[in-house]
Design a protein around this ligand. Structure first.
Ligand code: GUN
Ligand code: ZN
Length: 435
């Protein structure tokens, strides 16, 4: 068993930062060593104290090494439709999304896009993501096969949708159930893959399909559940027309037993007090998708209100409603959304969200999201002076929180100097023109 040691400035969180200068929430080592054997971190500490022996030492100084970024909601099948010009959600879905996703019944197309999608994740420092595939099982096979090839911890699933979409994209309550069940058997727990049962949203699922989903969730309680909730006013109105017996939009998913600690709910912008209370009670996660919410004009996520009510929160790109694969760009937009709400996002809290915060949202603390013995060596090396304007700004920065704030405000894929997936270099080994 050979050991590698990454040398650099090491930052990892142990709890959620409660204030701008909450130093108890993180561990920072100025000249740190991360020792890795077989893809796992075995030791972290000062480089001077590390047992180097005959280990290979890779020196990343003066860069910052943090846990790999985690993206808790995106659609890999929308990689080629980012920047599609539409006024709002339902028009965007009908005009572009439901057309684009039909291409993924072809295995060759799915495989090619999956490969490009993973390249893009890595280029941007994202080492774990939770994705929607299309309704075609072939798209799920391509998604997990590529993850397995790259040894990445990836979560995803087949979208279930049996109405209000083109026929070629629709399954049925029975086929959605059967296909999902077969895919869970094939992919959940294989390599680092984990399955997410994925009814798209209330508008595109009949009550019969949500009943079938409920059965699937009961039969596979260790799988994730992902769907969309309360993104847009027209979406909310139509959902309530389709489910008149439910008390509100959240009530639809509640009535079908779909809310629990492994449930990820994209958007959650326009929730009532009762609805946030239900999310808090069930432990379901509200996923903040700032670039998408701004691009589609959906609204401003009220992070403070949800936090105060005890709702768990994740952060995500929501490609392709979202406009960038970069979790740093996502932080920049998140900051601005919260500014408009009169709320703050401190630099430490921002990087907590990308790493330990999102790991907790996925109930994966101790596996990913921290630099600690026993965790996967999924890591990102950050260069806060990657562009001339960043270098100019960094010349005046003296503190760690300033450096983080420059990264979250000005950073993008160019600030990702290197990425490690299970201890192996992943960015510098990418093929292709832009690697
Ligand atoms: N609601 C249902 N499907 C989608 C989707 O693909 N993207 C977004 N942003 N919202 C949705
Ligand atoms: Zn989405």
């Amino acid at each position: 068993m050979s050991m590698i040691i990454l040398r650099g400035r090491v930052l990892s969180f142990v709890s959620e930062p409660q204030a701008l200068d909450d130093a108890s929430s993180y561990r920072y080592i100025e000249d740190g060593a991360i020792s890795i054997i077989d893809g796992k971190i075995v030791a972290v500490g000062d480089f001077d104290a590390a047992a180097v022996g005959d280990a290979e030492v890779i020196d990343h100084r003066p860069h910052l090494i943090v846990p790999g970024f985690i993206d808790t909601h995106l659609h890999y099948v929308q990689s080629q439709m980012i920047a599609s010009y539409a006024g709002s959600l339902l028009e965007w879905l009908n005009t572009y999304t439901f057309v684009e996703e039909q291409k993924f019944s072809q295995q060759g197309h799915a495989t090619a896009v999956a490969s490009a999608f993973y390249d893009e994740l890595i280029r941007n420092g994202t080492t774990t993501a939770v994705a929607y595939c299309s309704s075609a099982p072939a798209s799920v096979d391509a998604y997990f096969a590529e993850a397995e090839k790259r040894n990445m911890l990836m979560i995803g699933g087949k979208v279930m949708m049996d109405r209000n979409a083109p026929e070629a994209l629709c399954d049925t309550a029975q086929s959605g159930y059967d296909d999902s069940k077969a895919l869970i058997a094939r992919w959940h727990g294989r390599g680092r893959g984990l399955y997410a049962i994925s009814p798209r949203f209330a508008i595109t699922s009949t009550p019969a399909q949500l009943r079938a989903t409920q059965a699937l969730v009961a039969e596979h309680p260790d799988c994730y559940v992902q769907t969309h909730l309360s993104e847009n006013q027209a979406e909310i109105s139509l959902s309530m027309q389709l489910y008149p017996d439910s008390s509100d939009y959240t009530g639809i998913y509640e009535d079908f037993g779909l809310l629990g600690p492994k449930t990820l709910l994209g958007h959650c912008i326009h929730l009532s007090h009762r609805e946030t209370g239900v999310l808090a009670e069930t432990g379901a996660v509200a996923v903040f998708c700032p670039t998408s919410n701004l691009f589609l004009g959906s609204g401003l996520f009220d992070r403070e209100r949800l936090c105060q009510q005890g709702v768990r929160i994740g952060l995500a790109t929501d490609i392709g409603g979202g406009t960038s694969f970069s979790m740093l760009r996502t932080l920049d937009e998140a900051y601005k959304v919260l500014q408009l709400r009169g709320q703050r996002l401190t630099p430490f809290n921002a990087f907590y969200m990308l790493t330990l915060g999102n790991a907790r949202a996925l109930s994966l603390e101790g596996t990913i999201g921290t630099i600690a013995p026993g965790c996967a060596a999924d890591l990102v090396v950050l260069d806060a002076a990657a562009t001339p304007s960043m270098a100019l700004r960094m010349a005046t920065a003296t503190r760690l929180d300033e450096e983080l704030f420059v990264l979250q405000t000005m950073g993008d894929d160019r600030s990702i100097a290197e990425v490690y997936v299970a201890g192996a270099r992943a960015k510098s080994t990418l093929g292709g023109l832009f690697a």
